[in-house]
Design a protein around this ligand. Structure first.
Ligand SMILES: NC(=O)c1ccc[n+]([C@@H]2O[C@H](COP(=O)([O-])OP(=O)(O)OC[C@H]3O[C@@H](n4cnc5c(N)ncnc54)[C@H](O)[C@@H]3O)[C@@H](O)[C@H]2O)c1
Length: 332
């Protein structure tokens, strides 16, 4: 019998779109470990094969029929599939809009048709644009400055429109900078993975922006997974929730933590003049805390575990460090 509960229970069939990717893979593993039934919908299968206990639905979310098939019998959806890269969105904004915004509208329609009980859309903290205040609360103005942020915001609006028009019970999650094992060095723009991959290979570490001023809310993927589950179970319909730690770490601070974890100082090559993304991007997680979520993995412990997971010579990042927009170089 299909679950009639908003929160996840033993009768739930949970669809994880993007479950073959970094964040979706960790979420799928956590849901399976908690005993839930999970269907992964992705354009490509998980790199290590479909995890035991999960179903895999090969699905391009831009294709209406494929999305409808993936949603059959589903009670809950975590929607993570799409393009996670700002850099790639600048290179190919039409593709970015298609896989982030159009695909989400498709999924909302399929979710309504399948009478899905509840959906959490994984947006991004990038929708706020350059912060006017730090930490950034959910009521901060939404001012995207790259195509990625515009497509994520458009997708959010599609979800909220489906909620008000068709009664879809949905919430939005806005993760800040995630890190953890399993990131794809070809698509990940996060500084933790990139800095570590260069440093562990004894290569210089390119740092874009003023490292004393540029700060991020580095969030371990396992904490982000716990946050998504809290939002699914207890989040309000139509509400957005920042997913972060609330802790601010400058790039200088990150380099020091990497030195402490590896026993040697990274050879940072600072290029403060070629980017204007030197701002403080830190989440106010008061709303998430009110759901009972507490981040549990400090950046020091998270980086120590990343060093172990990556090993001595991990694959180096291939995504360009800097892209140029309207004549202005920006970091990814
Ligand atoms: N990684 C971060 O730091 C971060 C931060 C904020 C938000 N997010 C969001 O989290 C989500 C997951 O990010 P990630 O880092 O795991 O990226 P990822 O690239 O590892 O995973 C994305 C997955 O989506 C799949 N996909 C792409 N287009 C598809 C399509 N048309 N149909 C079906 N599947 C498709 C890919 O095959 C991939 O497995 C994204 O929505 C991203 O915007 C990530």
């Amino acid at each position: 019998m299909k679950s009639d509960s908003r929160s996840l229970d033993e009768r739930s069939l949970i669809l994880v779109t993007g479950g073959s990717g970094f964040f979706g893979g960790h979420l799928t593993a956590a849901l399976l470990a908690a005993g839930h039934a999970v269907r992964v919908a992705d354009i490509r299968p998980p790199a290590g094969g479909t995890p035991p206990g999960a179903e895999f639905a090969a699905c391009d979310l831009c294709e209406v029929d494929q999305v409808a098939a993936a949603c059959a019998g589903v009670t809950h959806i975590f929607h993570l599939a799409g393009n996670p890269s700002g850099t790639r969105s600048v290179t190919d904004p039409l593709w970015d809009f298609r896989v982030n915004a159009l695909a989400t509208t498709n999924l909302c329609q399929a979710a309504v048709s399948a009478s899905v009980r509840r959906m959490v859309y994984v947006s991004s903290g990038m929708v706020y644009g350059v912060p006017l205040t730090t930490p950034i609360g959910e009521d901060h103005p939404l001012t995207p400055f790259i195509p990625y942020a515009a497509s994520k915001l458009s997708a959010e609006q599609s979800v909220l429109a489906a909620a008000s028009t068709y009664g879809l019970d949905a919430s939005v999650a806005r993760p800040f900078t995630l890190y953890g094992p399993g990131e794809d060095p070809a698509t990940s723009g996060g500084e933790v993975s990139r800095f570590l991959r260069w440093h562990l290979n004894d290569l210089p570490v390119p740092v874009t922006g003023d490292p004393d001023l540029k700060s991020r809310d580095f969030t371990h993927v396992d904490d982000a997974v716990a946050a998504l589950r809290a939002i699914m179970d207890r989040g309000a319909a139509g509400a957005a929730y920042n997913v972060g730690t609330g802790r601010e770490t400058t790039l200088t601070g990150l380099l020091e933590i990497i030195e402490s974890a590896t026993g040697r100082a990274p050879r940072a090559v600072v290029d403060a003049g070629t980017t204007d993304d030197t701002y403080r991007h830190v989440a106010d997680i008061g709303r998430l805390r009110a759901l009972g979520h507490r981040p549990s993995i400090g950046i020091e412990a998270g980086i120590r575990s990343m060093v172990t997971a990556l090993g001595p010579a991990p694959q180096v990042p291939t995504l360009p460090t800097v892209f140029t927009m309207a004549g202005t170089p920006r970091a990814s």
